[in-house]
Ligand binder design. Structure first.
Ligand code: ATP
Length: 224
């Protein structure tokens, strides 16, 4: 087995609400894995537990064989974990270019410009507005920038939290196309969440369904 990401028995509650209950998720190298569940099912909790933005009460997160469960988020980011949060979280006043480079600068990545160039091969759509402040972009354009930023930082694994949510059909197709091209290039290992199977069905190698903090392997269409 060649798992890049292993989540084992991760649990987290908020007050009395169980957000993650003994979650087991594995993503192998080069795989695109979907995690599908309704609002409040626990998708964001899982993503945040993987990138270290929340510490699980129990369980382990293993990256390329290394137990990172106790590492803070910035240390995990240095290991090449890229996260695209559902709400984008761009810095509004900063140019697009700096939004993408910021996480790399923070990590002291020496070849940040080369990374940006590499990302633009996959997301050329954003090239025309690299110098524009993020706040001047449409919501859809911001989504692409958030994806590009995650790509630049996530050379080992990409965590995409509901990238298709609230997105116009044309942009959803474009996002899927970009993820497919990444998958074909064989250089990305991706965990992508969604609230239904619409956009992920044709895209992913494997799927999990998540409900009330519990995951189970699921069929690609959600049937069975
Ligand atoms: P959504 O699509 O709405 O983001 P989700 O599948 O990502 O849903 P989570 O955000 O992981 O779900 O939430 C799982 C459960 O944990 C929900 O019941 C949510 O209300 C609760 N929860 C998540 N974060 C917190 C928090 N910081 N404080 C309190 N409860 C929380």
């Amino acid at each position: 087995m060649n798992a890049v990401l292993e989540v084992r028995g991760v649990s987290k509650s908020f007050g009395g609400v169980v957000a993650a209950a003994d979650l087991d998720v594995t993503v192998e190298r080069g795989e695109i894995v979907g995690i599908i569940g309704a609002n409040g099912a626990g998708k964001t909790t899982l993503m945040r537990a993987i990138c270290g933005l929340l510490l699980a009460a129990r369980g382990r997160v293993v990256l390329d064989g290394r137990d990172v469960t106790r590492l803070p988020a910035h240390r995990r980011a240095r290991l090449g974990v890229g996260y695209m949060p559902e709400d984008r979280r761009l810095v509004p006043q900063l140019p697009v270019r700096d939004n993408i480079l910021l996480p790399l600068w923070a990590r002291g990545v020496a070849d940040a410009e080369a990374r940006l160039a590499e990302v633009l091969r996959f997301v050329p759509d954003i090239e025309p507005f690299l110098a524009r402040p993020a706040l001047r972009l449409s919501g859809g354009q911001q989504k692409l920038v958030a994806l590009a930023r995650a790509l630049a930082a996530g050379e080992r694994v990409l965590l995409l939290d509901e990238p298709f949510e609230g997105v116009a059909p044309a942009l959803a197709r474009r996002l899927a196309e970009i993820l497919e091209s990444l998958g074909h290039a064989g250089q990305r290992t991706i965990l992508v969440s969604g609230s239904d199977y619409t956009h992920t069905a044709g895209l992913v190698d494997r799927l999990y369904a998540i409900e009330r903090g519990r995951v189970e392997p699921a069929a690609p269409t959600g049937a069975g």
